[in-house]
Design a protein around this ligand. Structure first.
Ligand code: FAD
Ligand code: SIN
Length: 532
């Protein structure tokens, strides 16, 4: 079956929905999303969205903090552009219905997180993403020109080169194939412009605070189609997720440290002063490495985050969701320190795009966490991700509206999906086993601290697993689990290859064989492209 619209948006987080709402007034939009519409990383964001909203603050300061966190690898022009576009992008979210928390004087309450020189983070208590997603979903569902396809998993892009089966001087995207998960059917979505807004890839690591949707699909899909992928070695580990046998890496927001919480060893001594002058509010890469070092040096399973000195009433009012969730695990954060460990959180690299979110493939945009815009460099500043999603959703929409034709142009005929000789699999254990194996060796060999030996070992392992997945992929009917496994393996390979390429330590990439930052040779992106 073939479905056609002016715009095809893949993903329903802040980036995809912002884009859709900004192009839909006079054009048709299809949104495909692989679970329910609201099931996104956006929904789980706690801390907030960073932008300059106070008179004491300045664009210069926000840009400088972003550059420092990014270990000077961020693109200064992009940083300045995003920072300056921030207040309008946040106002647009408010106009779509987002209700950010206000203080007793009725002004927006601004919180602080690591690496920020000022209070500049708007939040909705400690459920900011849930509130943004709620407002955007409601606006999308009320829009007559937007059709949402839930439980549809994008498989691959449909490109002109692939359709005509020949190399072209300039490849063009014509849409995407997607698996209708509930009906087990592959559909072709044709569109003038396709937007990948598929979010991050935290699931590539054994421990992550990301939801299950974060399997790196967009990066793998774009790589297979020939787009450039950059800076995949910069996987951000959030310093503080709950350490508890039954908690699936529940995040303890950095805003908790922003409001005064202190990291401590099991014996109650604080330790961050040993690592950075900003102590507990140092950039995330430094805090995560410090915790890793403390745990390894002292042989401890976790460290502790203590905010008890702020008093129970304050804690319950400011962090109601975290407080309530911790109580379910038997931890009262008003009375006792919270056991925490780092976990994979955010992909700073991704599909390389220009300042409007355009990829190297014509008519294909990538926005949000799936993209590499130049904003984050070697490490993302806290709360700059929601900001990037909203700003690039807007900028991509403005350009896409200029590029789109008034009437649907004629496409080359899109070939229906070919199942070949595939049969039903009775070996699903292979999928589960490979999934677990990838996530475990990525954690152990390609985690917070790396060495060339560990990275080479990981590369050998991923090459073997990929051969197995390729055989399996063409022999059996596809399922969403198999699609995600194939994408996860591709993303793991790209992270390892970028990490092996970078012969220095910078931001989130720390290699014991090259512990210094080497500005002369390595102040540049690592870029990979598939060879055909
Ligand atoms: P997402 O919101 O992740 O949406 C991706 C969408 O793509 C989903 O709808 C998914 O189903 C869909 N999708 C994926 N693959 C496919 C496929 N193959 N086919 C169809 N659909 C697909 N950032 C901040 O700035 N501030 C914060 O306070 C903050 N807190 C965070 C807390 C947590 C626990 C987490 C996990 C992240 C947090 N982040 C925060 C990061 C931020 O939430 C994300 O980077 C951001 O929301 C990503 O938005 P997005 O639109 O790019 O993708
Ligand atoms: C958090 O609340 O700690 C997450 C903030 C972010 O990832 O930007």
């Amino acid at each position: 079956m073939k479905i056609t619209s002016d715009f095809l948006v893949i993903g329903s987080g802040i980036a995809g929905l912002s884009f859709a709402l900004k192009v839909a007034d006079n054009k048709t939009v299809s949104i495909i999303t692989k679970r329910e519409i609201q099931e996104t990383s956006t929904r789980y964001a706690q801390g907030g969205i960073a932008t300059v909203f106070s008179n004491e603050d300045s664009f210069e300061s926000h840009s400088k903090d972003t550059m420092v966190a990014g270990a000077q690898l961020s693109n200064r022009e992009i940083v300045d552009m995003v920072v300056a576009a921030g207040p309008k992008a946040v106002q647009d979210l408010i106009n779509f219905g987002t209700d950010f928390t206000r203080n007793s004087s009725g002004e927006y309450d601004l919180t602080r997180e690591g690496g920020h020189s000022f209070r500049r983070i708007l939040h909705a208590a400690d459920l900011t993403g849930d509130e943004i997603e709620r407002a955007l979903v409601a606006a999308v569902q009320n829009h007559p020109n937007i059709t949402v396809y839930e439980h549809h998993c994008a498989i691959d892009l449909i490109t002109e080169a692939k359709t005509l089966q020949r190399r072209l001087p300039e490849n063009r995207c014509l849409g995407a194939y997607a698996l209708d998960i509930k009906n087990d059917e592959v559909l072709s979505f044709g569109a003038q412009i396709t937007v990948l807004a598929t979010g991050g890839a935290g699931k590539v690591y054994q421990y992550t605070c990301n939801p299950d949707i974060a399997s790196g699909d967009g990066v793998a899909i774009a790589y297979r189609a020939g787009a450039a992928i950059a800076n995949m070695e910069f996987m951000q580990f959030h310093p503080t997720t709950l350490f508890h046998p039954h908690a699936k890496s529940f995040l303890i927001s950095e805003a908790v440290r922003g409001e005064g919480a202190i990291l401590k060893r099991a014996d109650g001594t604080a330790f961050m002063d040993k690592y950075h002058k900003l102590k507990d509010l140092a950039p995330r890469d430094i805090v995560a490495r410090a915790i890793d070092n403390e745990m390894k040096t002292n042989g401890d399973d976790c460290v502790y985050l203590d905010i008890t000195h702020k008093g129970e009433k304050y804690i319950k009012d400011r962090f109601p969701h975290i407080h309530k969730t911790l109580l379910e695990y038997g931890i009262d954060m008003g009375k006792q320190p919270i056991p925490v460990v780092p976990a994979a959180h955010y992909l700073c690299g991704g599909i390389k795009v220009d300042s409007h979110g355009q990829t190297e493939i014509k008519n294909l945009f990538a926005i949000g966490e799936v993209s590499c815009t130049g904003l984050h460099g070697a490490n993302r500043l806290a709360s700059n991700s929601l900001l990037e999603g909203a700003v690039f959703g807007d900028r991509a929409a403005q350009l896409a509206l200029k590029n789109v034709a008034d009437t649907m142009p004629t496409f080359p005929v899109i070939k229906p999906w070919d199942h070949g000789n595939a049969t039903n699999s009775d070996e699903e254990v292979v999928v589960n086993h490979n999934w677990d194996e990838i996530r475990l060796f990525m954690w152990n060999y390609v985690g917070i601290v790396r060495t060339d030996k560990r990275l080479s070992r990981a590369l050998r392992r991923i090459n073997m697993i990929q051969e197995e997945i390729t055989d399996y992929y063409w022999d059996f009917y596809i399922t969403s689990d198999l699609l995600e496994l194939r994408n996860l393996a591709t993303v793991a390979e790209l992270i390892i290859r970028c990490a092996l390429e970078r012969k220095e330590s910078r931001g989130l990439h720390y290699n014991l064989d090259y512990p210094e930052t080497d500005d002369i040779h390595w102040k540049k992106d690592t870029v990979l492209r598939k060879t055909f």
